[in-house]
Design a protein around this ligand. Structure first.
Ligand SMILES: Cc1cc2nc3c(=O)[nH]c(=O)nc-3n(C[C@H](O)[C@H](O)[C@H](O)COP(=O)(O)O)c2cc1C
Length: 411
């Protein structure tokens, strides 16, 4: 059965919605909102370009559900009392051209807020990021019970507005060390009330968010989640725990579970875990997908490391996943999906990056800044430039996005 599925096969989600093929753009934070945190024309241009490139599903970069809690200076914010509906509608219209699905990724960063954006961030518990990141991110305070309920409502508010604006689905950002992932991990969640302790308690936050969103958007609107296979830290959220969360979310009716892994503290989502079994195949989380498959009926998307048409086809024909997630490759070539669908020798242009100065490579989130630079080029109506100087692009992005981003952080 598995080997009959090709990259061009449509995929029907549990809610009944059909994606036109098996290629999905994973979230990449664009840092391109205007000063009021509204999407502007550049975001429309960028997503129209991607929608024209043949992809089945576009997932936006993380959109914040609370204007007081930004992950980066120029994030789009969508809150209940929003002035943004017209610009959100314009953005959604561009990203849904050519029958493309366009989902909004909804996020709250919790403690992963750079210190120049929040003096005291909120988190499940008052646990700081570990050194040296504690210099770039202030120690959070623990959320009160009522504040937790308010944030759950915020996720639902943002999802409802996304639907009103014409987005065709939403994705909860439950990965990479942001607030949902902070609740799941025993390292960052040391609460002793109903939100912490046992896995059942630690997953209550995400289950409640899912339920609150479903109640607002109805049964026929896609809801997905990006979830860590693990946080790759001793004492953190484990694979076994992730499998139990996946099983529970799948039973609750989640339409798509995207597998990633890691956090700012262990950036596995960008590099893979360097296990021999992972290195022998191009994508990072395929072993975990095979285990997840046994625990869930919900469609699975795997993101991280996919580079060749052949590798993607092999992964699909294993039957362990349903959707191929792509990020950096699409920042370098928006037409990559069309090429993958028509030529089986197609290969991504993603390559290791370096400024040639090891100290600078270590100081800045090189990959994030360089690829954000490519997104900004597309937002200005230019084509990406895979040959762009790493040093010059990184320095320009540091200036454009704010000097403070000269601190190691990532999406
Ligand atoms: C510039 C940039 C921004 C990112 N922002 C986000 C984000 O907002 N939300 C998210 O879930 N992942 C984010 N990521 C991670 C990607 O979605 C993806 O998991 C990672 O790049 C691995 O996939 P790839 O090997 O195809 O690039 C970002 C990655 C990059 C390069």
């Amino acid at each position: 059965m598995g080997d009959l599925i090709s990259l061009s096969s449509p995929l029907t989600l549990p809610c009944g919605v059909v994606l036109k093929n098996r290629l999905a753009k994973s979230a990449m934070s664009e840092n391109m909102a205007d000063k009021n945190h509204r999407p502007d024309l550049r975001l429309g241009r960028l997503y129209e370009t991607w929608a024209g490139g043949g992809i089945g599903l576009l997932i936006s970069g993380n959109v914040m559900c609370d204007g007081r809690a930004l992950g980066e200076p120029n994030n789009v914010v969508v809150e209940k009392i929003t002035q943004h509906l017209a610009s959100l509608r314009a953005w959604a219209a561009k990203g849904t051209k050519e029958g493309t699905h366009f989902w909004m990724q909804i996020n709250h960063p919790g403690r992963q807020i750079p210190n120049f954006l929040a003096k005291t961030p909120v988190a499940p518990s008052a646990v700081a990021l570990r050194p040296p990141l504690d210099k770039a991110f202030n120690k959070p305070r623990a959320l009160e019970h009522t504040e937790i309920l308010e944030i759950i409502t915020r996720f639902a508010d943002t999802a409802e507005i996304a639907k009103q604006a014409g987005f065709t689905g939403v994705q909860i950002h439950g990965a990479h060390g942001y607030l949902v992932a902070q609740f799941l991990s025993p390292l960052s969640n040391q609460r002793s009330d109903q939100w912490g302790g046992s896995l059942e308690n630690r997953m209550r936050f995400v289950i409640e968010i899912y339920g609150a969103i479903r109640a607002r958007v109805g049964s026929d609107f896609p809801i997905g989640i990006k979830l860590n296979s693990a946080d790759f830290q001793r004492g953190g959220f484990t694979e076994e725990e992730s499998l139990r969360v996946i099983e529970t979310l799948s039973k609750s009716g989640m339409d798509l579970i995207e597998i990633s892994g890691g956090s700012y503290e262990a950036p596995v989502m960008m590099e893979g875990a360097r296990k021999a079994s992972t290195q022998s195949r191009e994508a990072y989380f395929l072993d975990f997908a095979a285990k997840a498959r046994a625990h869930c009926k919900a469609p699975l998307m795997v993101t991280g490391g996919f580079r060749t048409a052949d590798g993607m086809k092999q992964a699909l024909s294993s039957g362990n996943l349903d959707l191929i997630g792509l990020a950096r490759s699409l920042a370098l070539d928006p037409n990559f999906p069309k090429k993958l669908l028509s030529d089986e020798r197609t290969t991504s242009q993603v390559k290791p990056l370096t400024t040639g100065m090891r100290w600078l490579d270590k100081l800045v989130p090189l990959e994030i800044l360089w690829y954000t630079g490519q997104l900004h080029r597309m937002g200005r109506g230019k084509t990406p430039n895979p040959k762009a100087s790493v040093t010059a692009t990184v320095l320009r992005m540091v200036k454009d996005v704010g000097w403070q981003s000269l601190k190691r952080a990532r999406g």
